[in-house]
Design a protein around this ligand. Structure first.
Ligand SMILES: Cc1cc2nc3c(=O)[nH]c(=O)nc-3n(C[C@H](O)[C@H](O)[C@H](O)COP(=O)(O)OP(=O)(O)OC[C@H]3O[C@@H](n4cnc5c(N)ncnc54)[C@H](O)[C@@H]3O)c2cc1C
Length: 530
């Protein structure tokens, strides 16, 4: 085992899925990282089961492609009431931004993949069985006290500290940040089982107020059920195999089922009042915990990773002003709050307190389905808050606008030449800032001095053309949009977008304005002021 270093650029406390994803991303940017976890094994109890297309896209950014861990693509999510029958449905069929809209997965398998990938990054050092006990920060860095399994204490100095240390985060508590929100008073029993006859292929919520039950398919021949405990039921009683078999009886002759994992949880809806303080940052459950009814807890943690990872790298590599790190809290926190609100609303729908509120809530939802616009809100997932910033690290105003600045760039399949293997466009854009010309060479109208500054800052030029258009004479790397989602459906012909490494649109406009678009973007990075 390597010795603990006395200094590192970034220390990541907690190697759960969020910490491990961040270490992979920082490793891809070539940043020196020390990752520690007090546990020596991956947490095996049943937790996250669902990921959306955004989470899969961020994992792609971290170097994990979908085929590297098993998933089941979910075609729809259905909500049933004992009185009204099916009163809600969300259609999650088909892809968005190159990934299925909703999949289920096995969290320990994903965590194992993320940890295994760390070995590919020579600058990332991991130490398991090492606990953070305290830290202090000053203007120049963070001093972190670590305790190893044999009780020795080391102090490591780092430029930045990341608290990826879960819901009970010591980093958050030492920062003195409030964990605002509420904890649900009820317990839930989560059961993962295999060898289930007649398994379902989707997600369903059986919203009986007496015993609400979410039920879903998962990889490896698994099915998951979650049972809300009544006030008189105890954890010990509910975790007994005979109780579980009784609960599963409506789905199968119970001896056929192999019960794999069981846990009793209490859900929370809490968000830290700030996600950062000077050189310390909170990510994942350390920053927010979400009721699981819309499967967004880990997804939100992965969004944190995508947002913070490149900003840390750019600052550490001297390409951006350290003040841009303030925009992590500014960009991420409002979206997390909106997601937690939606999850809390869904929780009310799934577990109404009594028969009267069940009748009213489910009845209203059944009625709303008759209004096409409102039906679309739920069925086509439009109710899900868009990951689009109102304020943050982008050029919000100025010039004609056709894309959403501060929103996510679309992703599609592209190819470099006629018989080349199709690639996802994020993989082609790489781990840097990119000026993308849609159906146009982004360098065509570019001032050579601006071009030099862009290249010096690590920026690239890519041209994406519509399907079937052959183009010659471009100075930029050229790709064909074979899935047809990028141009002209997402961006008009002749348009240029400046995309951040996390694929947020930083600026956009007609190709004739490209020098201005690039200069404005570079200025934002270097002169950012909150
Ligand atoms: C029943 C249930 C269902 C869920 N379903 C979903 C879902 O479908 N989709 C979804 O997106 N999310 C879901 N979630 C949420 C998801 O599981 C969590 O958001 C996610 O696991 C959090 O990951 P994390 O890396 O932030 O924290 P954790 O996985 O908790 O990792 C924190 C790590 O920090 C380490 N640590 C803590 N303190 C210290 C210290 N002082 N020093 C060193 N190491 C330390 C711990 O050992 C741990 O390994 C669900 C959660 C539950 C409970």
């Amino acid at each position: 085992m390597q010795l603990l270093p006395s200094h590192t650029s970034v220390i990541v406390v907690g190697l759960g899925p969020v910490g491990a994803a961040l270490c992979n991303l920082l490793g891809r940017y070539g940043i020196q990282v020390l990752a520690i976890d007090q546990a020596t094994e991956i947490f095996a109890a049943p937790r996250a089961i669902a990921l959306d297309n955004e989470a899969l896209r961020i994992l792609q950014m971290c170097g994990v492609s979908e085929g590297e861990f098993e998933t089941v693509a979910i075609p729809h999510v259905r909500m049933h009431s004992p009185v009204f029958g099916q009163f809600g449905q969300a259609n999650s069929c088909g892809p968005m931004d190159g990934h299925p809209k909703l999949v289920t997965f096995f969290q320990p398998e994903l965590e194992a993949v993320l940890r295994a990938k760390l070995a590919m990054h020579p600058h990332v050092q991991t130490h398991l069985g090492v606990e953070m006990v305290s830290f202090t920060q000053d203007g120049g860095g963070v001093h972190v006290s670590l305790k190893t399994a044999n009780g020795s204490v080391f102090v490591v100095r780092a430029d930045y500290l990341i608290g990826a240390d879960g819901a009970n985060s010591l980093v958050r508590r030492q920062l003195g940040h409030q964990f605002e929100g509420q904890s649900y008073p009820e317990d839930w029993l989560v059961v993962d089982a295999k060898k289930v006859p007649d398994p379902i292929d989707h997600v369903e919520f059986l919203c009986n107020h007496k015993r609400p039950v979410p039920h879903m398919v998962a990889p490896g021949g698994r099915q998951r059920w979650e049972f809300k405990l009544a006030s008189h039921e105890t954890r010990e009683e509910m975790e007994k195999p005979e109780t579980i078999r009784r609960l599963l009886a409506p789905w199968a002759k119970t001896e056929e089922i192999e019960i794999e994992r069981v846990a009793v949880y209490r859900f929370h809806a809490r968000v830290a009042n700030r996600f950062s303080s000077a050189r310390a940052f909170l990510v994942g459950d350390a920053a927010h915990i979400t009721p699981p009814f819309i499967g967004q807890g880990l997804v939100a943690g992965l969004r944190d990773v995508g947002n913070l990872g490149w900003k840390l790298a750019w600052v550490l590599q001297g390409r951006a002003n350290a003040a841009i790190l303030e925009t992590y809290n500014q960009e991420r926190r409002p979206h997390v709050v909106a997601m937690v609100r939606l999850a809390t609303f869904m929780g009310r729908m799934v577990m109404p307190g009594n028969s009267v509120s069940a009748f009213l809530l489910h009845g209203v939802m059944s009625g709303l389905r008759l209004v096409p616009r409102l039906r679309g809100l739920f069925e086509e997932l439009e109710v899900k808050p868009a990951h689009c910033f109102r304020k943050g690290l982008f050029v919000g105003k100025g010039g004609p606008s056709r894309l959403r600045r501060g929103g996510l760039l679309a992703q599609g399949w592209v190819r470099g030449s006629l018989n080349a293997r199709p690639l996802l466009s994020d993989d082609v854009l790489g781990e840097t800032m990119v000026a993308i010309g849609f159906g146009v060479d982004p360098q065509q109208h570019l001032d050579p001095a601006v071009s030099r500054s862009w290249v010096k800052a690590g920026g690239r030029f890519v041209q994406i053309d519509p399907r079937g258009r052959s183009c010659v004479g471009t100075r930029s790397e050229r790709w064909e949009d074979i899935s047809g989602v990028l141009v002209p459906n997402y961006a008009p012909m002749g348009w240029v977008a400046i995309a951040r490494p996390d694929r947020t649109v930083m600026h956009e406009g007609p190709a004739t304005n490209v020098s201005r678009l690039i200069s404005d973007s570079l200025r934002v990075l270097v002169n950012w002021q909150a």
